[in-house]
Design a protein. Structure first.
Length: 160
């Protein structure tokens, strides 16, 4: 039996005091920081530290081309050697990137996260422009925690 069988996914999400169909736009972090593909790993690490964030989208010509996490910097840049700070975003980013759209439901985003074993999704508008970021922390704040558990478990299994 499918774990979602019998559950009306559009009614399983909460926002503050109401239950109902909640869109990503209502719960995402708007104005996400982003970096240029030619920015150095050192500059990106400084942005992550100063903004107290764990990832940053990579944008080129107003289009999303990749994503860099603090883990990407540690694994792909720092572990590579003494000049690792000079590596560029393009060299260490993950691509392609799983995304969601601002008018999608949180339930849909949770499914994308689980299916792709990721904790962060760039949020695009229908013109494919970056408008925010949705993280597992956002889901923790706004969703049924049992469904969030499935997302976190899938991410954990990826890194085992």
């Amino acid at each position: 039996m499918d774990k979602w069988e019998g559950i009306d996914m559009k009614m399983q999400w909460k926002s503050k005091t109401k239950w109902g169909p909640i869109t990503i736009k209502e719960n995402m972090s708007p104005n996400a920081a982003f970096v240029d593909p030619d920015m150095s790993a050192k500059e990106i690490a400084t942005i992550l530290r100063d903004k107290k964030i764990g990832c940053v989208p990579v944008m080129e010509n107003e289009r999303l081309i990749g994503m860099i996490t603090d883990r990407d910097i540690a694994i792909r840049a720092v572990a590579e050697g003494p000049d690792s700070g000079r590596m560029t975003a393009r060299e260490i980013m993950s691509a392609p990137v799983c995304v969601c759209h601002e008018d999608d439901l949180l339930a849909d985003a949770a499914q994308i996260m689980e299916d792709n074993q990721v904790r962060r999704l760039p949020v695009l508008d229908r013109d494919e422009r970056l408008v925010g970021l949705l993280t597992s922390d956002d889901l923790a704040w706004h969703t049924d925690h049992s469904l969030l558990g499935d997302v976190i478990q899938s991410v954990y299994e990826r890194h085992r």
